[in-house]
Design a protein around this ligand. Structure first.
Ligand code: SF4
Ligand code: SF4
Length: 119
């Protein structure tokens, strides 16, 4: 068991993303306030309840989050941009600590250290 954290670059080529924004394939998790805000602004279909994770998420339309338009996040410069997306992959918006989940969703990130919770 190692206590080393993966080396995460200080910036990513997110726009335009050279990986077809593959990290947006699963939508993103939302806290209750974010879910209510997206619902009020974009309608009930903008969010879905995930029974497995017990959380609200943005809807995936086809193979990407419904807010991805032309390989860019349409919420990126808006106040309702979800905090998980705002913080990925540097920090966890809930704890303020390091990002805790799967880094392998971005090909720019260390693939062999994909799940820091496993260490
Ligand atoms: S996090 Fe990675 S996959 Fe996602 S938009 Fe940025 S460079 Fe692309
Ligand atoms: S809200 Fe934007 S950055 Fe977050 S998953 Fe959806 S399209 Fe991607």
């Amino acid at each position: 068991m190692s206590t080393l954290l993966p080396v995460i670059p200080s910036s990513l080529p997110c726009f335009p993303c050279p990986h077809d924004s593959i990290c947006c394939s699963w939508g993103t998790s939302l806290n209750t306030k974010e879910a209510e805000t997206l619902k009020s602004l974009y309608g009930a279909d903008a969010i879905v309840w995930d029974d497995e994770e017990n959380e609200w998420r943005t809807r995936v339309d086809g193979d990407r989050c419904m807010f991805l338009k032309n390989n860019a996040c349409s919420l990126h410069d808006r106040p309702e941009y979800p905090s998980v997306c705002r913080c990925f992959p540097w920090s966890d918006p809930e704890t303020g600590g390091p990002y805790q989940y799967d880094l392998s969703i971005c090909p720019e990130l260390p693939q062999d250290e994909a799940d820091p919770t496993e260490r």
